[in-house]
Design a protein around this ligand. Structure first.
Ligand code: ATP
Ligand code: LTN
Length: 335
C-alpha cells in the first residue's frame, strides 16, 4: 500500500510587541494564525528586535512581550501544534538580518512606504527603522516559509523578501524558499474608527479609534457608537468612495466577524445607529471569550515563560540549519 504524501506548507509570521493587540491585528493577521495551525507547519514570532526600531522603554517592552504572548495563546495559538517564540531568543534572526542587508539595496529600502510614513525624513529616526525590511526578510527566509499571513500593509515588505531570496539564490545557490503573502479578503485593512482614512494602528496618537482585544465591553460599545461615519445617513457599501470610509470600515468589520458580504450587511440595516449597536454586540461577544482566557493564562507566568523557551528551542533547530546554508553559500569560512 502506498502512503499518500501530502505537502504541508510552512507558515511564518510576526507581530511586534510594541503595544496592545487591536482589532486590526486580529482580523488582518492573527485570526489566520489560529485557523492555519492544522493546515500548515506554523512558526509565529513576537518580533521584539523590530520593536526597538522606534523609541521605547525597556520595562514596557518586557511587559508588552509577555502580554502579547498571553494574548496569542488566549486567541488559540496551541503550543502543542504551532511554534510560538520571541525573536530575540533566536539569535539567527540578527545574523541573517545582516546578510539580508547585504542583499537588498539602499534604493529598495528607500521605496518602502512604511519607512516614509513613520520616518518622516527626520534626522533622529533610528537607522534600524530604515533597514527593518531586511530583518523582516530574514525572519521569513530563515524558516523557508511558503506562506506569510499578514495584513495588507505588509504586502510591500513581503515583495522585498521575495526579491531578496531570488537575488541571493541566483547569486550564491538555492538556499531560500520564495514566500507568498497570505492576505485575507475582508479585514485585511481595518481602519481607525475616528480617522477612517488611516489604518487602525498601535502607534496611533489617540486610542479612541482603536479597539483592543483586552478592552472591556462598556468601552467597546462607546467607541463603536462614536465611530466617525458621515452626515448622509445613507447606508450603502461603496468601498472606493472616500466620503464613505467610516461606514465602509464598520461594514467590513461586521463582515469579517460574520462572513456575510459587506453589501449584504448594508442591505440589512436601515440606519447607522442600528448597524453600530449590532456590531458592538458582535465584537463584545467575541472578545469576552478571549478575555476570559487572558485572565486564566495570566495566573501562571512561569508556565508562559516555559512555553516560550520550548518555542525558541524548536525555532532554533530550523533557523540554525538555514543560517548555516546561507553562510556557507555566501562564502564565510566555517569556524
Ligand atoms: P504599527 O501600526 O504601530 O506599525 P501594527 O498595529 O501594524 O503596528 P504590527 O505588529 O506591525 O502592528 O502588525 C501585526 C500584524 O497585524 C501584521 O500582519 C499587520 O499586517 C497586521 N495589521 C496591523 N494593523 C492592521 C490593520 N489596521 N488592519 C489589518 N491588519 C493589520
Ligand atoms: N513588519 C511586520 C512585523 C513582522 C513580520 C515579520 C510579519 C516582522 N517580521 C515576518 C510577517 C513576517 C509589521 O510591522 N507588521
Amino acid at each position: 500500500m502506498t502512503a499518500s504524501l501530502r505537502f504541508v506548507p510552512r507558515i511564518l509570521s510576526g507581530i511586534q510587541p510594541s503595544g496592545s493587540v487591536h482589532l486590526g491585528n486580529y482580523l488582518g493577521a492573527l485570526r489566520n494564525w489560529v485557523s492555519e495551525q492544522h493546515e500548515a507547519d506554523c512558526y509565529y514570532s513576537i518580533v521584539d528586535l523590530h520593536a526597538i526600531t522606534a523609541e521605547h522603554d525597556p520595562r514596557t517592552l518586557r511587559d508588552t512581550t509577555k502580554e502579547l504572548a498571553t494574548v496569542l495563546f488566549a486567541i488559540g495559538i496551541d503550543p502543542e501544534v504551532s511554534c510560538l517564540f520571541v525573536q530575540s531568543h533566536v539569535p539567527e534572526h540578527a545574523q541573517l538580518g545582516w546578510i539580508m542587508e547585504s542583499t537588498v539595496t539602499f534604493g529598495e529600502l528607500s521605496r518602502m512606504t512604511q519607512f516614509k510614513d513613520k520616518g518622516k525624513g527626520e534626522e533622529k529616526v533610528r537607522a534600524s527603522l530604515f533597514t527593518y525590511p531586511a530583518l523582516m526578510a530574514a525572519d521569513i527566509l530563515l524558516y523557508r516559509a511558503d506562506k506569510v499571513p499578514v495584513g495588507d500593509d505588509q504586502r510591500q515588505h513581503i515583495e522585498l523578501a521575495r526579491n531578496a531570496a531570488t537575488r541571493f539564490n541566483n547569486a550564491y545557490g538555492q538556499v531560500f524558499t520564495i514566500p507568498e503573502p497570505m492576505i485575507p479578503k475582508v479585514g485585511a485593512r481595518v481602519m481607525d474608527l475616528q480617522n477612517p482614512s488611516k489604518k487602525m494602528s498601535k502607534s496611533s496618537s489617540t486610542d479612541s479609534g482603536l479597539i483592543y482585544l483586552s478592552e472591556d465591553s462598556t468601552s467597546i460599545a462607546k467607541k463603536i457608537k462614536r465611530a466617525v461615519t458621515d452626515t448622509e445617513n445613507r447606508l450603502v457599501y461603496e468601498p472606493d468612495n472616500p466620503d464613505k470610509a467610516g461606514v465602509t470600515n464598520l461594514l467590513e468589520i461586521y463582515s469579517a466577524f460574520t462572513s456575510i458580504h459587506p453589501q449584504e450587511v448594508a442591505d440589512s440595516f436601515t440606519n447607522y445607529g442600528g448597524l453600530k449597536t449590532e456590531l458592538a454586540e458582535l465584537v463584545i461577544e467575541h472578545l469576552t471569550a478571549i478575555n476570559l482566557r487572558i485572565k486564566e493564562i495570566s495566573e501562571d507566568p512561569n508556565e508562559l515563560l516555559r512555553l516560550l523557551q520550548i518555542g525558541a528551542a524548536k525555532a532554533r533547530e530550523v533557523a540554525s540549519s538555514t543560517l548555516y546554508d546561507a553562510k556557507n553559500a555566501i562564502g564565510f569560512l566555517a569556524p
